[in-house]
Design a protein around this ligand. Sequence first.
Ligand code: ATP
Ligand code: MG
Length: 284
Amino acid sequence: MISIRGLRFQYKGAKRAALDNINLDIADGDFVGIIGTSGAGKSTLTYALNGIVPHHFTGDFYGQVLVDGMDTVDSSPEQLSAKIGSVFQDIDAQMVASLVEDEMAFGLENFGVPRAEIGGRIDEALAMVGIGPLRYRMIRSLSGGEKQKVAIAAIVALRPSIVLLDEPTGELDPQSSRHIFSMLRELNERFGLTIVVVEQKIMLLCEFVRKLVVMEQGRIAHAGAVREVLAHSDEMEAIGVNVPRVVTLANRLRAAGLYDGPLPLNIDEAEVMLKTILSTDYAD
Ligand SMILES: Nc1ncnc2c1ncn2[C@@H]1O[C@H](COP(=O)(O)OP(=O)(O)OP(=O)(O)O)[C@@H](O)[C@H]1O
Ligand SMILES: [Mg+2]
């Protein structure tokens, strides 16, 4: 469980706050997507969750962030990493070994996991992420999507209850991006991990996550269930967040009184919406 109350953070030397008046709860087992334009504060929010803010990046910090009851100001990033595992944007910088198995063992050793347990923990994490066959591969021989999965498996091996990812598909093509999100859904639904993911690709987010947080200039502009948030598509477009076209279309049809069913999130659902509209008798 994550609870953020009245969070404000201004990087040392910065002119304005990167996060301002942030209040947010994330329940155990939730799957949350964070979206917003460049500079909105998405990465800074992830730093506030894993303790990088205020421990590594210093500045003015007000408010309270609790991660499974641990106050991020009183706990070190190392202590927090037992609860919340972070996959950063630059995974190449995060990887230290040349072999997949060694990369995973390195993290576990650093974490103080007894040697006898390490092999089993690697098996477990590779299976959870669905990449068992990659165990003995050289990291430099992997595709971008495979490498990203290894980075996620290395974090999952530490058995956090929350996995935090900052633009995990930034370097990936659409198909590999979908693979990453399908795998995150598995981790969430089958293994009960809480997933918090910053992502620019809104169609992907809307298809996979349950809740959306929209950030604008350090603040939360909207937060809630995906369809609730997308009902505000005009306001989201106004702050520069591109909403799927089918969503904008549905919101306009609703405003015109032509449709009052569920909001479609993809082309198949839009087809159902249009068939509903066409089969409705508007003869009056
Ligand atoms: N180390 C830093 N020192 C000072 N200011 C910073 C630092 N890192 C980020 N900022 C500023 O904080 C604000 C929020 O940045 P942040 O990186 O959190 O945005 P973002 O939403 O992740 O953007 P992007 O989509 O480009 O990754 C920006 O104005 C940025 O310039
Ligand atoms: Mg960022």
